[in-house]
Design a protein. Sequence first.
Length: 373
Amino acid sequence: MKEQLRILMPSIYFPPRVGGIESHVYYLARELVRRGHTVLVITTRTERDSKTFEEVDGILVKRTPFFGQNPRGWILSSIGAVPSTVRNAKRFDLIHCHTFAFALGGSIAASICRKPLVVTVHSSHFLRLVKKPIPRLGLKIILSRADFIFSTSKEIDSEVRCILPKKKTMPVVNGIDTELFKPTQPSIPRSGSEFVIVCPRRLVEKTGVEFLIRAIPLVKDEINIKVYIAGDGPLRKHLESLASKLGVAERVVFLGSLPNHEMPGIYSSCDLVIIPSLIEATSIAALEAMACGKPVAASNVGGLPEIIDKESGMLFEPRSAEAIAALIRRAAKRQDLEEIGEKSRKIVKERWSIEAMVDIHEKVYGDLLRIRS
């Protein structure tokens, strides 16, 4: 039997908030707990009705104040979590921080308490900030204390190694719960003649949803297309107005933000999933759709080409409504979409299961602790 570890896991986001970081941390922590380890997640109180302290599926969760989803809010939230991180670090074997923002408290706690420090760099924000001299220096300082750095894509890992060439690093794509995300009963009623597309994206600029909406008028006279957008965000009103202005409002349905357990039914309702991101570390939504047996078409950016190829889907050039329209025309004529979806699920189960992801993490944790002993 493997040694049972006590792992402190600071993360800026955690469920019930919906998103890629949240899902990754939850699934990692849940599987570690299932294997007999103790995990305390220190996160922010993003939802007003969330408890300050609770246990979620065996995971201990402590929430600190959240000051907003913007640079000022992230900085204040990071600083606000430092006291709790330092106070709890003494009782744990190692610290594993998620996102560079929450690596601040982890670095301080690891130095004071002499604990091994692991950091996972998730966000595409890292790719943007690392190109700027002052933020680049800040990222280098924040991450320099880490004993090991995971990245959620090869692109992020490459940038981490550029600023910290002597660090031990590894790209690890987020794991997917293939028991939750699997083909199931469709939850969206449809006409037999519709070509249904699902776009699971937050409604912010970097996710590129505007280009998908702009593609619809280019194909609507050829294809009976219906697009369901699963996600919410500050651009929702703008995008609803754009769909109306382009005369395709009846072809676009904004579903809002949906909990994970509802998404398999949404994915299972469509012919194709489109991820039109302008910048992307790696897409948990794309992997979830693949696990549900659906073909995925995505922008050829960031970590998306690492998970999508000719066997599992299609790629298109970013920032181009014309490229998306051309992709939709080709996809609507294909007779092998169901076969691609079946291959996609098989690929996810083989390469990106939660079990495989946690195996890697356990090995890194054990190696770091043996070095320290």
